[in-house]
Design a protein around this ligand. Structure first.
Ligand code: HEC
Length: 143
């Protein structure tokens, strides 16, 4: 069973790598989509709908850091148009955009170090979560 899971994971990672080169728009949207899936798991733990598990909490924060690490490379010049809500200002102010991405990663890292139990996780998530909205407000088309 574990072997199957590992094989499936390897396959997914392989596919993501290919997609990132061939279709950066799809790749960056997939990363964001997985952020919101992780966020849903976090929300369920915070609402008491699933028991708090520190390993799961750390996985959520690790996924955010992973997104932040991969995100800057997924905005090449040829990905300004298409099925995307990324605003043109991303390419006009690349350094500023990348700084917002880096802040998201750094906040998630700091939050991971502080997260030990449900209370500290809630505090962490409210800090890290602010990055989602503020970045979308500034850099993403309203939809
Ligand atoms: C530094 C900027 C930034 C941060 C931080 C950020 N996002 Fe995004 N997000 C974007 C951009 C830009 C897009 C639009 C991508 C596109 O359409 O090409 C996006 C798109 C999305 C989408 C739509 C994906 C799709 O399938 O079209 C979701 C869902 C999302 N983000 C969730 C989140 C969540 C949840 C967080 C916080 C945990 C977050 N984002 C943090 C910039 C950010």
């Amino acid at each position: 069973m574990l072997r199957m899971v590992l094989a499936a994971t390897a396959l997914v990672i392989g596919v993501t790598a290919v997609t990132a080169q061939q279709d950066p728009i799809a790749a960056r949207k997939a990363l964001m989509k997985s952020n919101s899936d992780e966020g849903r798991i976090a929300r369920e733990m915070m609402d008491g709908k699933r028991p708090y598990n520190n390993e799961t909490a750390q996985k959520v924060l690790a996924a955010y850091q992973d997104t932040a690490a991969k995100f800057p490379a997924l905005f090449p010049d040829n990905s300004k148009t298409g099925d995307t809500r990324a605003l043109p200002v991303i390419w006009e102010k690349k350094a500023e955009f990348n700084a917002a991405v880096a802040k998201f990663g750094a906040d998630a890292k700091a939050a991971a170090a502080k997260t030990k139990d449900l209370d500290s996780f809630k505090a962490s998530m409210s800090e890290v979560g602010r990055n989602c909205g503020s970045c979308h407000d500034a850099w993403r088309k309203k939809g």
